[in-house]
Design a protein around this ligand. Structure first.
Ligand code: PEP
Ligand code: MG
Length: 495
């Protein structure tokens, strides 16, 4: 039986045995109020300890912040004092949070629901002394909703995920992309131990394929795995990586990327109900700088606003206003980034710039912070991702580098929904390339390093056109590089 994939959240091509996720049924025998209170408080402690022993990345930190939120404890205690069990109290506190997120009009915030469910599951697991079950054979999960902890706990054997719902910016999707686990949205008919083949290149899922198809799949899957390490071979393009999690650095180094072209730092800020401290941020950024050594890492200051609202940010819009309205948060981030520049390999980039005045205000602000604290001034550049900046490109001679954000740019220029942004690029590509040519000429004339970091950089036929125009720096998600690099080389060596 073949099914069409509704949405691809993480690319890949795998075949394996299906496991249907069944929601575990916990028994909930009520004990005394005092015992329920102890169970609740010790589950908070155990959960924090558990997270302390896990990888140090933003996703773990965010879960820790959620669990340590004083409101969680306070409201849980209130529910238990009103006669609820520890388990009921956890479910009630968490569903209050979920309800408030679901009332939001932002898809981004709605997608955070899975993180809350994940924290709920962790707290409930830690009410008793039961060990978590993991599966020791490779499998493809079929589930309603994928939780981040499930990916982490099963990452050695989880080879693919088919879910009935889920979003591109959810942590589960980010983790799957980081671990190269294909993750797709589709509704299929299957049972445990059926064989499934997920092929995101063809947008298809096959359940129990016949023998001929199976042999073909095995051959194609093996062929697609040819490049495991050193996938980047540095001819033609300088390949940089787009990442948002510290755990992705391993892959950046294994694939031998030339550096990080876009570190989306807003992921570090997600879900926390308070801004991250200087020390917390410094720890993350300096680890990245240290790991990259002599390769550069370009941190984009937190790009939150519009649909990506955070409770503690006073944000009306993206770009400069976002930082002016959240001065302390911006300054703390800049200070942490400047101090992290251990090897002189850090670059700082501002998103959603429209005018040179905006860029200069942020650049001068950063230089002032560097001077006040005796930090070296790193290269300071901008995303070129607004129509206004594109129209005013000749003003931006003082940018040390420019990175073309085709996602936002195309959505503004051609009114494209970002969720489907790659589908119809042929309709506007010629016009876009004409506009980009002007940018390339400007950057060449003024000796400004230009790269492309929007999703179009990972579309082979588009990248080839970028190359013909003169672009040599592409920043792409590490999970795309195996698929892309061989084709680029074929093109480049033929020219
Ligand atoms: C872009 O807009 O092209 C981009 C790379 O930034 P983001 O996708 O994070 O908005
Ligand atoms: Mg953008």
């Amino acid at each position: 039986m073949k099914y069409t994939i509704d949405k691809v959240l993480s690319h890949g091509f795998v075949m394996g045995s299906i496991k249907i996720d069944e929601i575990s049924k916990h028994s909930d025998t009520k004990t005394s109020k005092e015992k329920e209170m102890n169970k609740f408080l010790s589950s908070i402690e155990k959960s924090v300890l558990e997270l302390d022993n896990m990888n140090d990345d933003s996703y773990i930190m965010i879960q820790k912040l959620m669990i340590q939120d004083p409101l969680l404890k306070e409201n849980g205690i209130k529910y238990i004092n009103n006669g609820k069990t520890a388990r009921e109290a956890i479910n009630l506190v968490m569903s209050d949070i979920i309800n408030s997120l679901e009332a939001s009009s932002s898809d981004y915030l709605k997608e955070r629901t899975n993180d809350i469910l994940d924290v709920t599951k962790r707290l409930i697991n830690n009410l008793g002394n039961k060990k978590k079950k993991t599966i020791d054979k490779p499998f493809i999960l079929y589930t309603d909703n994928l939780l981040p902890s499930y990916v982490i706990n099963n990452r050695d054997n989880l080879i693919g995920v088919i879910a009935k719902s889920g979003g591109y910016t959810s942590h589960s999707a980010i983790l799957c992309r980081s671990f190269d686990i294909p993750y797709v949205i589709a509704t299929i008919d299957c049972k445990n131990s059926d064989t499934a083949c997920i092929d995101t290149r063809k947008n298809k899922i096959a359940i129990n394929p016949d023998v001929d198809d199976m042999e073909r799949y095995i051959e194609e899957i093996n062929a697609s795995k040819k490049f495991i390490k050193k996938a980047v071979n540095h001819k033609g393009f300088l390949f940089l990586a787009n990442i948002s999690l510290t755990s992705e650095i391993k892959k950046v180094l294994e694939y031998d990327f030339d550096g990080i072209g876009l570190y989306r730092t807003e992921l570090i800020f997600m879900n926390s109900n308070r801004p991250l401290s200087f020390d917390e941020q410094y720890k993350i950024y300096s680890n990245v700088s240290l790991a990259l050594g002599d390769r550069s890492v370009c941190f984009r200051t937190f790009d939150v606003g519009d649909d990506k609202k955070l409770k503690y940010l006073k944000t009306k819009s993206k770009g400069l206003n976002n930082y002016l309205e959240n001065k302390d948060i911006f300054e703390t981030q800049i200070k942490a980034l400047l101090k992290s520049n251990i090897f002189g390999n850090v670059k700082i980039m501002f998103p959603m710039i429209e005018t040179i005045e905006e860029f200069m205000e942020l650049k001068n602000w950063t230089i002032k912070i560097a001077k006040e604290n005796n930090y070296k001034i790193p290269p300071i550049g901008m995303m070129l991702e607004t129509k206004k900046a594109l129209e005013n490109i000749k003003d931006f001679r003082s940018a040390d580098f420019i990175s073309l954000g085709t996602n936002d740019l195309c959505s503004e220029l051609y009114h494209i929904d970002r969720m489907n942004r790659l589908n119809d690029f042929n309709e506007y590509l010629d016009d876009l390339l004409d506009k980009i040519k002007v940018v390339i000429d400007f950057c060449n004339k003024n000796n400004i390093l230009l790269s492309v970091c929007g999703e179009l950089a990972s579309v082979k036929e588009v990248a080839v056109k970028f190359y013909k125009l003169g672009i040599r720096n592409l920043s792409v998600s590490p999970s795309m590089i195996q698929m892309l690099n061989s084709s680029y080389n074929e093109f480049i060596s033929g020219n």
